[in-house]
Design a protein around this ligand. Structure first.
Ligand code: CA
Length: 237
């Protein structure tokens, strides 16, 4: 799956430079010139990393970073600041605002791509090490294969556990059936995309309060499934 980078930056030239170079590297790129629009997008879409300018027409980058860190769903999202002046750099370093890295303008696109890849690699390693996934009222422990929902233990088959673990480890990301087959079933040939539907249905019966109106395991029409860490309104199942 392509990784998606969001750039919040009001300088057109920088946005174009970033867009061109990151697309060339196989990334998806979304850009916003206003902080509030960028934040709105991040709250609604799965994103792998944010490039954040500091001086923006509305809220500054520090404020946006603070809001991300205060948001339960976005607090772990990697942020790289694009700083223009050394005073800004000092603030990035001095304030404990939780930036993952920064680059000083003007920067070379190659260097920025390398920094982004390094941050994403670090993030992936941290994610791999996680043994317990907690999301809303759902808790999965990979050491014991125990699952609890709203404090209540749930018994899952090994495959159901694997499927739920995969989805819950990538909250909000939408996965098609084929991708789920690759990730969860691996090379087993005796499965079809329909198998995924059957297992999702069983999981819903075990973990959802109302299996017909799932909160965790949501259907994204025409695309596949996603795990939602909290109740979201008006999603078609
Ligand atoms: Ca700016």
């Amino acid at each position: 799956m392509r990784q998606r980078v969001v750039i919040i930056e009001d300088e057109r030239d920088i946005v174009e430079l970033v867009r061109y170079n990151f697309r060339k590297e196989g990334f998806e790129v979304e850009s916003f010139s206003r902080g509030r629009d960028g934040l709105e997008f991040l709250r609604r879409n799965p994103v792998d990393l944010v490039l954040l300018d500091i001086l923006l027409p509305d809220e500054d980058g520090f404020e946006i970073c603070k809001r991300l860190r205060a948001d339960e769903r976005l607090k772990a999202l990697p942020v790289i600041f694009l700083t223009a002046k050394s005073e800004e750099m000092d603030r990035v370093l001095g304030l404990e605002i939780g930036a993952d890295d920064y680059v000083v303008k003007p920067f070379s696109p190659r260097e920025l791509v390398a920094r982004v890849k390094a941050v994403l690699r670090r993030q992936a390693r941290v994610a791999e090490k996680r043994e317990v996934v907690e999301s809303g009222s759902l808790r999965l422990d990979t050491r014991t294969q125990e699952v609890t929902v709203r404090g209540r233990p749930v018994v899952l088959s090994a495959l159901e556990f694997k499927l739920l673990y995969f989805l819950a480890s990538h909250p909000r990301h939408v996965f098609g059936r084929d991708r789920l087959l690759d990730e969860v079933w691996g090379r087993d040939r005796f499965v079809t995309p329909r198998t995924v539907d059957v297992h999702i249905r069983r999981l819903r019966e075990k973990i959802e309060e109302l299996p017909n109106r799932p909160e965790f395991l949501q259907t994204v029409r025409g695309s596949g499934y996603r795990f939602s860490p909290e109740v979201m309104e008006s999603v078609e199942a």
